[in-house]
Design a protein around this ligand. Structure first.
Ligand code: FMN
Length: 220
């Protein structure tokens, strides 16, 4: 490229010299003009391309939450929500890192296969004494998906509910329930919370409609 330009410049200089001497040939030949035009066009294209790159707008993105068809409790009366939406299944979750919560969502949707419209609820955001009113809803069912932590302890969001059923002496007759535990067999207190809650709800008069299920996240 450099040699090429250098040769052309030399040619041009020679021609200028010749023209000065003879005075009859044009200052620039056709080939020189064509070359000049190509050079100018190339430089313009290169310049414009760089400018466009600089001016390219910064794209902005926004992350939208995914919509879940099952409703969750924004206000704390899950009974009101069940009644208002014609649902009969509520799935509570005790979750620290989201597994039980996700599972609860799936169970609530599965309810449709048994003609039960379901909703998911966080016990921490609910008035759990409303469990006493579940019997007012036809064919209702409360499912508890509960993870175990530490020394067989409930998750933070299930702690209050756990203490309420442990220390209280409520009559839960008329409440249909099922418990599913989420744990890991490598821990000494495998699924201790679910095992306890399942037993305790029965002691308080509630009716177990499905056998206790125990999930082991260490199982392959
Ligand atoms: C620090 C820690 C402690 C745990 N302790 C127990 C336990 O004592 N018993 C048990 O069965 N599982 C135990 N697990 C397993 C969890 O209960 C299991 O991974 C569960 O699926 C977590 O549910 P989550 O994601 O809804 O919180 C423990 C897990 C961790 C990370």
């Amino acid at each position: 490229m450099c040699t090429y330009t250098y040769v052309n410049v030399q040619k041009m200089t020679d021609k200028i010299a010749e023209e000065i001497v003879s005075g009859d040939e044009p200052f620039l030949g056709t080939l020189d003009i064509a070359l000049l035009l190509v050079l100018i066009a190339g430089a313009t294209w290169y310049f414009m391309r760089n400018r466009k790159k600089e001016e390219a707008p910064i794209r902005s993105y926004s992350i939208q939450p995914t919509t879940v068809s099952t409703i969750s409790t924004a206000e704390n009366s899950f009974i009101k929500k069940l009644k208002a939406s014609g649902r009969s299944l509520v799935v509570f979750y005790g979750s620290q890192t989201g597994t039980a919560e996700e599972f609860a969502g799936r169970l609530a949707k599965e309810g449709l296969r048994y003609r039960m419209k379901g909703m998911v609820a966080d016990p921490e955001e609910c008035d759990m004494e409303e469990l006493l009113q579940m019997k007012d809803i036809n064919n209702s069912l409360a499912v508890f998906c509960l993870a175990t932590y530490g020394e067989g302890d409930p998750t933070d969001n299930a702690m209050e509910f756990y203490e309420w059923i442990t220390n209280g002496d409520v009559d839960l007759s008329g409440l249909n329930y099922a418990v599913f535990g989420l744990g890991n067999k490598t821990y000494e207190h495998y699924n201790k919370v679910a095992i306890y809650v399942d037993k305790r709800l029965e002691e308080l008069g509630a009716a177990r409609v499905f056998e206790l299920g125990l999930g082991d996240d260490d199982a392959k």
